[in-house]
Write a protein that binds this ligand. Structure first.
Ligand code: GDP
Length: 585
């Protein structure tokens, strides 16, 4: 009898080789024979693994691990007797272009400007609006995948999902996906039938289509609340907010304010001048400015606690999204945070988690999917493609292979995909989404070729999958921010300042470290603090211009700055070069 080996839906080549007790080279060779160019760390999916195992004629049977049950969402916190009502946490989902963003804007626009002067200018993963004197927390998650990803992290963070369906377009694939997610997460659904102002809006048809998905609206005897709205005219938006609060009351959402605060990191990024910044959603307890927070392998003494519209606050309670600064390194999206009694304990706790994670071999790359979804607004570049293939099977494998190429900086976005020849629609879509069309074993009719040339749309044809993958990697590499390499050459200690103008300062001093070579940039440092970055425009040994001065020598130097620096004796000037280097995936 063959032995059964359980693996995850996605597994690295190395791990699979381990499980099969095979040399990894043998596995790689077999993958190559099947047209899959993979290295040890490459991730392959279950189906590929199964094919390879079949080809290898091993006496094993692969079985997919039941991830559903192994990642059952963490139970929502059961509130104690002392718990008080908390705001509902709401996510908005739906098919692309059905009006999620517009609806969120309509809610935020009308409510927030009333509640908070100034409003929000910048995108943030979550925020609160006030309605009838009560708060509602809205998650502005970029899509279903983010929601699913949070769930995979064991997070049950949403109380309610609003599924937006355009009344003139009806239930579409992503609507169905959203319904599936909401069901899986066991959260309440409210349907917002949007674009009711449009001609052709047909809410009955939407309700019919919802019924086909087993979502029966109240007036048809079901228990799903469906509201007609228009994000454009704001009609129905107030009723939607009323309904959210009503559902919150029915669900009796409560949390304890008087327990140590805990919650989840729902966004994190580096900010110039502020360092690591995290957006966290508090689940229970009250978080105070100055608290010690531990999350994953990092910790913070909260330097500044802010609401997500940028106001400094002293404390925040359950279901409130907050912005936290003061972390030692970037917190990870989806990680839980807890508070700690003091700095020493916080540091120790973070260290323990760090060691634990390293021994688990956990890598940040594994989270690329999460990071990709949530960091959409953190300048992740997207490479847009439209994929056409001859058969469904190759479509699936092309799309799956492209998925594995995502990194934290650049991701592949499959704008559209389908089986059949490249057609006019594909070209139009490519134009509006700045995408490249990749055809795999499909023809391009001559008239479509002409159209593409006219519209300057790139169509590329492939017969071998790894050529498609290689080209994708090249295209994605072009989107990477080039690497900046700074090399410190040497340092001068200022012994005299001769002349200061609006744009320039001329000084003299001794080279105490390394050597100074022109051309160069420099940092002016005083008491370990960097004051300014300047450009070195001239270097003199004695009265002679020179290109090089060595350690121990005295020299004169002209520095050009964009904002005036008043050099004083004792300042240090550190010379460095900065190069940019193209990167490749
Ligand atoms: P999302 O992809 O679901 O976030 O959709 P958007 O909010 O970006 O909306 C897609 C398009 O539909 C935009 O051009 C919106 O202006 C438009 N739209 C959204 N809501 C409405 C609405 O209620 N009425 C009308 N007429 N247009 C809407």
């Amino acid at each position: 009898m063959s032995s059964i080996i359980e693996i995850d839906n996605i597994i690295t080549v190395g791990d699979l080789a381990d499980k099969l007790m095979l040399p990894v080279t043998k596995l790689i060779a077999e993958l190559m024979k099947n047209g899959v160019m993979a290295t040890v760390n490459e991730r392959i999916d279950f189906d590929t693994a199964q094919i390879i195992v079949g080809e290898l004629d091993l006496d094993v049977e692969l079985k997919k691990k039941d991830t559903e049950s192994s990642t059952t969402p963490r139970q929502r916190i059961i509130a104690s007797e002392k718990a008080t009502p908390r705001p509902p946490v709401v996510a908005v989902m739906g098919h692309v272009d059905h009006g999620k963003t517009s609806l969120l804007d309509a809610i935020r626009g009308s409510e927030l400007t009333k509640a908070e002067a100034g409003g929000i200018t910048q995108h943030i993963a979550a925020y609160q609006v006030e309605h009838n004197g009560r708060f509602i927390t809205l998650l502005d998650t970029p899509g279903h995948e983010a929601f699913a990803a949070l769930r995979e992290h064991g997070a049950q963070l949403t109380d309610l999902v609003i599924i937006v369906v355009a009344a003139d377009d009806g239930v579409k694939p992503q609507t169905i996906e959203a319904i599936r997610f909401a069901r899986k997460a066991n959260v309440r659904i409210i349907v917002a039938i949007n674009k009711m102002d449009k001609e052709g809006a047909d809410s009955n048809q939407v309700k019919q289509q919802l019924a086909e998905q087993k979502l029966l609206v109240e007036e048809w005897g079901g228990d799903i609340v469906a509201l007609e709205v228009s994000a454009k005219t704001k009609k129905g938006v107030n009723e939607l907010l009323d309904m959210i609060l009503l559902v919150a009351d029915v669900e009796d959402l409560r949390a304890d304010n008087n327990v140590p605060a805990k919650g989840l990191i729902i966004e994190s990024h580096m900010e110039r001048g502020r360092g690591p910044v995290a957006v966290a959603l508090i689940e229970e307890g009250t978080l105070h400015s100055g608290d010690y927070v531990v999350t994953g392998a990092t910790y913070a003494k909260i330097r500044n606690l802010e609401s997500t519209n940028g106001k400094t606050i002293r404390d925040a309670g359950p279901s409130t999204p907050v912005v936290i600064t003061g972390f030692k390194s970037l917190p990870e999206f989806g990680d839980e945070f807890i508070i700690s009694v003091d700095e020493k304990t916080a540091r120790q706790e973070a260290k323990t988690i760090d060691i634990g994670r390293k021994s688990e071999g956990r890598s940040d790359i594994g989270n690329s999917e999460l990071i990709r979804m949530i960091n959409r607004h953190n300048q992740v570049s997207e490479f847009n493609v439209i994929i056409k293939t001859d058969v469904q099977g190759s479509l699936t494998s092309v799309v799956d292979s492209l998925r594995t190429l995502d990194t934290e900086e650049v991701v592949v976005r499959v704008v559209a995909s389908g089986v059949g020849p490249v057609n006019e629609n594909d070209v139009h879509l490519a134009r509006s989404s700045s995408a490249i069309i990749y055809g795999f074993n499909v023809p391009v009719p001559p008239n479509i070729k002409q159209l593409a040339v006219r519209d300057r749309i790139r169509i590329r044809m492939y017969k071998v999958i790894y050529e498609l993958i290689d080209d994708t990697k090249d295209e994605m590499s072009k989107l990477l921010v080039p690497e900046i390499i700074e090399t410190v050459m040497g340092q001068l200690v200022v012994k005299g300042v001769f002349k200061t103008t609006k744009t320039e300062v001329i000084c003299g001093g001794e080279v105490t470290k390394g050597k100074l070579v022109m051309p160069a940039l420099a940092r002016v440092i005083r008491d370990k603090q960097e004051l300014a970055e300047v450009e070195v425009t001239n270097l003199k040994r004695g009265t002679q211009d020179t290109k090089e001065v060595f350690e121990g020598e005295m020299c004169g130097m002209s520095l050009k700055y964009s904002s005036r620096v008043d050099l004083v004796i004792g300042d240090r000037v550190e010379l460095f070069t900065r190069e940019t280097k193209e990167r490749k995936l």
